[in-house]
Design a protein around this ligand. Structure first.
Ligand code: FES
Ligand SMILES: [Fe+2]
Length: 421
């Protein structure tokens, strides 16, 4: 459990909040590249860390990210004209480039120097992995661009999607690093009692390191075998996990690794970026593999509304079917991530962690909170938090597999735990 003041400290992300300052030390996803397909195309609204911004791909094909409020009289830049390497406010024609400079002020006299004195807030961007990234912190502290393995993976072997989650970011992250719930919430065939599902109290081994931590969840199977799954928590808000063995206990049909990033829109809503990548150069991710995966997670094209929202939500009880719950699946809710959203959103906009009771299976959640508090305090002291330097996580890869009981996963999985892309 957390004291209410600590819960506030670790969840709120607006400007000048402690956790907001922490997030502002990292490159963060601002949009998918596919949202901004064309140079001089339509601008896109971006809500990030409680700030209302507008992204536009300028005439050179580079994405600009500026305040949505025009610095003249606060009209929305979203309605702006994206033309000739700048976004022009349609109220009085003031134009700004992607660096925030005012390049035209047609409503003032031609000889006025006023435009040299006015700027719009603008954040730098970088594109990689099908994602537009931004850095919203002090310019002097800007780190090199992100370098996770999935970003380096060729587009043919990688897929990134995005979903809107209607709760605070930390509820999402804590779900992502909570291995135990997958034995319950995601048990989609209650008649199958085999393998990873059977051991419902996995042992957790957490190892903190330069980017956050890696941890193993070890489930005992029949005989002397274990199902051992290696996760990474990459600060501040990313999980990577092995998806090598299938949920039913056999070999997966595709050699894939997966993860999520929980990026706060504001204190009470989140964009989840869902990553999937192949670890085998001989196996690109086919459309079939991608969409089977997305559908299984509950975010196939047929499951989505505009704005990356799910059709399944609180209003329709996430389409729970009590007969299915009684006879076939543990929750009765279709879609793996829909199950997560039902449980995480149902905790409320910001979960009151003063009411919780954590057990041994929550060791990874406790460790993540420790790291977040440590990093928030480090930033307040003017120091660099973990996971900012790409060198800390560049070589990281998750993995999962069966392992003879007593064998050490650190040595047994060592070759698999290194990025190959
Ligand atoms: S409010 Fe934007 S130019 Fe006047
Ligand atoms: Fe889950």
């Amino acid at each position: 459990m957390l004291l209410p003041a600590d819960n506030e400290k670790i969840t709120r992300v607006g400007p000048r909040t402690p956790c907001g300052e922490l997030f502002r030390r990292y490159w963060l996803p601002a949009a998918l590249s596919e949202e901004l397909p064309d140079a001089d195309g339509a601008p896109v609204r971006v809500r990030l860390l409680g700030e209302n911004l507008v992204a536009f791909r300028d005439g050179n094909g580079i994405v600009g990210l500026v305040d949505d409020a025009c610095p003249h009289r606060c009209a929305p830049m979203f309605f702006g004209r994206n033309e000739e390497c700048g976004l022009r406010c349609v109220y009085h024609g003031w134009k700004f480039d992607r660096h925030g400079a005012c390049t035209d002020m047609p409503s003032e006299p031609a000889d006025s120097l006023f435009k040299t004195k006015v700027r719009i807030t603008a954040y730098p961007t970088w594109e990689g992995g099908g994602v537009v990234w931004t850095y919203m912190g002090p310019p002097a502290l800007q780190p090199p661009p992100p370098d996770y393995e999935w970003i380096r993976t060729p587009a043919s072997h990688r897929f990134v999607s995005k979903t809107y989650e209607n709760c605070n970011w930390l509820q999402g992250l804590e779900g992502g690093i909570d291995t135990a719930h997958s034995s319950y919430a995601h048990r989609n065939d209650i008649t199958n009692t085999s393998l990873p599902r059977r051991d419902g109290h996995p042992r957790l081994e957490v190892e903190k390191n330069a980017y956050g931590y890696r941890y193993a969840s070890v489930r005992t199977l029949d005989g002397d075998e274990t199902y051992t799954r290696i996760y990474h928590y990459v600060m501040p808000a990313q999980q990577m996990r092995g998806a090598v063995t299938s949920r039913a206990g056999g070999r997966a049909k595709a050699p894939k690794l997966a993860g999520h990033l929980w990026i706060p829109r504001d204190d009470e809503t989140t964009y989840v970026y869902n990553t999937l990548w192949s670890y085998d150069p001989a196996y690109p991710l086919s459309e079939e593999i991608i969409w089977n995966h997305e559908r299984e997670c509950g975010r196939g094209k047929e499951h989505l509304l505009p704005g990356y929202k799910l059709k399944a939500d609180k209003e329709n009880d996430y389409f729970i079917d009590r007969e299915v719950q009684r006879t076939r699946t543990y929750t009765g809710i279709p879609g793996i991530n829909t199950q997560d959203y039902a449980l995480q959103e149902g905790m409320g906009p910001i979960c009151d962690r003063s009411r919780e009771h954590l057990g041994t299976s929550d060791a990874a959640i406790i460790a993540a909170r420790q790291l977040l508090f440590e990093a928030i305090d480090a930033v307040a002291r003017g120091e660099r938090p973990r996971g900012v330097d790409p060198a800390a996580y560049r070589e990281v890869r998750p993995y999962d597999d069966y392992l003879r009981a007593g064998r050490d996963w650190r040595t047994a999985f060592a070759p698999e735990l290194v990025a190959k892309w």
